[in-house]
Design a protein around this ligand. Sequence first.
Ligand SMILES: Cc1cc2nc3c(=O)[nH]c(=O)nc-3n(C[C@H](O)[C@H](O)[C@H](O)COP(=O)(O)OP(=O)(O)OC[C@H]3O[C@@H](n4cnc5c(N)ncnc54)[C@H](O)[C@@H]3O)c2cc1C
Ligand code: FES
Length: 341
Amino acid sequence: MTAPDHLIRIAGGDVCFPCAPDDTMLRAAQRAGLGFPYECNVGSCGNCKFELVKGEVQMAWEQAPGWTDKDRARNRYLGCQSRALGDCTVKLLTNPRYAPLHIPQRMSAVLTGRRRITHDISEFSFSLEQPQAFEPGQYALVYLPGVMGGRAYSMSNIVGDGLGWEFQVRRTPQGQGSQVLFDSLKIGERIEIDGPYGMAWLRRDAPRDILCLAGGSGLAPMISIARGAMAEPVLAQRKLHFLYGGRMPADVCGEDMLRALPGWGDRLTYQAAISAAPLEGEPAWPGTVGYLHDVAQQRFGAGLAQMEIYFAGPPVMAQALQRMLLAEKVPFAQVHFDQFY
Ligand SMILES: Cc1cc2nc3c(=O)[nH]c(=O)nc-3n(C[C@H](O)[C@H](O)[C@H](O)COP(=O)(O)OP(=O)(O)OC[C@H]3O[C@@H](n4cnc5c(N)ncnc54)[C@H](O)[C@@H]3O)c2cc1C
Ligand code: FES
């Protein structure tokens, strides 16, 4: 017999939602269709804070970087890490912008394939037990054996029949999750996946050309956006420019995946840049050298403000891009990203 759900009441109104004892406050609210604000889902960004007014909660990850001493002193918790220990009342400002497009579910999935993309990025294909919809650009939490907490990985495919979910993961040195994915998880092995989550999904109604900027591990969501845009009849008149940034020539990837799409060469273009010229003895690089934000600014300049812009990659790249887009006066509503941590 499973334990009954707890009831979470949002102070100052009639809104309540059920929270299973093994779920988190954020994800339970999302499963109830509520716009509980969040971004990373893994305890880092701090965007999912709420104040506990009544009841008791427990943080699944006490050392989460997004949970500060000030939060502890003020009875504030991270929604993505806290479990209710009974019925609770919370102070929280919901926002319809964060309401799920597809109700996220925790599902059983089997690893069906692993494919090398570069020296440190591989693609992992999973088959779900039941179909689940997602939007291009969204991510899921992947629960791996022996790893504390879920890892956020963006889907690189588009939804299709909803059963096959693909991820492109960069191996993190000493990273627990990526080590299990690359080295020990076997084809046919079963894990759990919870999703979809994320706000950087493809806007089908945006009347603008699209710019996708991907750095390193940010490949997957941008490939998914490109695949989604090229398959979408409503966007048939839109061009999509894809810029990929790596540190060295061996990091560069993604072009083959875009070449396979229907709009290639006509309304779909690709440009790669490396951030530092190769040293003597390293493979030559005939292409662009520079940081992705500089490359995008030099190529599109004031035209950026007329584009719908999606980006993903390491935090330093994301911050440099935000500064550049602000300087180019790109309206905030045209920029979409879920910061990686
Ligand atoms: C929205 C989003 C999308 C992402 N998409 C991709 C992608 O498509 N491809 C890709 O390669 N990477 C992606 N990442 C990064 C990825 O989630 C991992 O951070 C990265 O792979 C390193 O994980 P690791 O387990 O190998 O490293 P580790 O250093 O072992 O783990 C780092 C990550 O795990 C979390 N964590 C660590 N300990 C705990 C704990 N005890 N409980 C709960 N959480 C813990 C941290 O917050 C951090 O996110 C994404 C991140 C975010 C936030
Ligand atoms: S810390 Fe909870 S969503 Fe980022």
